[in-house]
Ligand binder design. Structure first.
Ligand SMILES: Cc1ncc(C[n+]2csc(CCOP(=O)(O)OP(=O)(O)O)c2C)c(N)n1
Ligand SMILES: [Mg+2]
Length: 306
């Protein structure tokens, strides 16, 4: 969680300095979901994401250097610097792709789930999407097919209450995403996404079922994005969260409080985790800065696949 936080805070500064091209959507405030979900997956389990994908990519094990280089548009990036923030792929670690097409990766995860089943074994596919993506028709089509074919896929909705600048109440009367899948009778839970240990437990229970071959499951994690929809968003459509309230909700501070109380780790380990993350991110930035920009020839050579 610290690695994601440090990475994205650094990305915000690089964006302001014009070192990161294109639109950037940060997940600061939502790190607990990425960490608790991906922390329980293997490299051979496949993950898909959407436009807010940095946390999922890092949590799935993508190296910080190549991930940062991708955001900075450099040839040593995960996708040779040609994809950027919204197109992160690292197949070696099972990160099969992110997309700016809202809802677009949900059916792709079904394909990977079908492939996993045809291969045998108990690998699964997991797809992250927002509460806005649920309003796209492809979501219902995908749930239907996944349930019909009992595919090993976990649908993870990060419900932050907003689709761009529109609150959920302005585009649907259905409050809970987990209620939407009732007709298909698949396991579905809603969890406080700011509580990483709760996400760990609830997702872990669903994952066990999906690995056992019972078919798909849905997890709705209630989250909050501390930043605007994108970096540069004036954020005038919602009330600002006070810093005291934020301290209460911040998934990193919450896990630290719980962990200290339960004796899972001590103050020193927390400091080390934070400092290691900051150092790893600085190393990634220096490494990425040495990497060349892609040439038009490189881009051209990848337009068609043989
Ligand atoms: C198919 C499609 N429609 C509309 C958009 C414009 N758009 C970009 S992000 C977004 C909101 C997505 O909301 P949500 O799925 O809740 O994700 P969040 O940004 O809240 O994480 C929209 C409508 C898009 N990128 N793709
Ligand atoms: Mg949303």
């Amino acid at each position: 969680m610290w690695r994601i936080r440090a990475f994205e805070e650094r990305v915000a500064r690089l964006k302001r300095a014009d070192e990161v091209p294109g639109l950037v959507h940060l997940s600061i405030g939502g790190e607990g979901v990425a960490a608790a979900v991906c922390g329980q997956l293997r490299d051979t389990d496949v993950v898909y994401s959407g436009h807010r994908a940095h946390g999922h990519t890092i949590a799935k094990g993508a190296p910080l250097r190549e991930t940062m280089a991708e955001l900075m548009g450099r040839t040593d990036g995960l996708c040779r610097g040609l994809g950027g923030s919204m197109h992160l792929v690292d197949t070696a670690h099972g990160m099969f792709g992110a997309t700016g097409v809202v809802g677009g990766s949900v059916p792709l995860a079904l394909g990977s789930a079908l492939a996993a089943r045809l291969r045998g074994g108990d690998d699964v596919a997991v797809v992250f999407f927002g509460d806005g993506a649920v309003q796209a028709g492809i979501f219902a089509e995908s749930v239907n097919l996944a349930a019909l074919w009992r595919l090993p896929v976990v649908l993870v909705c990060e419900n932050n209450g907003f689709a761009e600048f529109t609150p959920r109440s302005a585009h649907t009367p259905v409050e809970r995403v987990s209620d939407l899948v009732a007709p298909w009778d698949i396991p579905a839970s809603t969890v406080d996404g700011n509580d990483a240990s709760a996400v760990w437990d609830v997702f872990g229970g669903l994952l066990e079922k999906v690995r056992a071959g019972t078919g798909p499951a849905l997890l709705e994690a209630l989250t909050h994005r501390l930043r605007g929809h994108y970096e540069g968003d004036p954020d005038r459509y919602r009330e600002a969260v006070s810093s005291e309230e934020w301290q209460e909700r911040d998934p990193i501070h919450r896990l630290q409080r719980t962990g200290l109380g339960e004796g899972w780790f001590g103050d020193d380990e927390i400091k080390t985790a934070e400092q290691d993350a900051l150092a790893a991110v600085e190393d990634a930035v220096s490494w990425a800065r040495q990497s060349p920009q892609p040439t038009p020839e490189l881009a051209g050579s990848l337009v068609y696949a043989a």
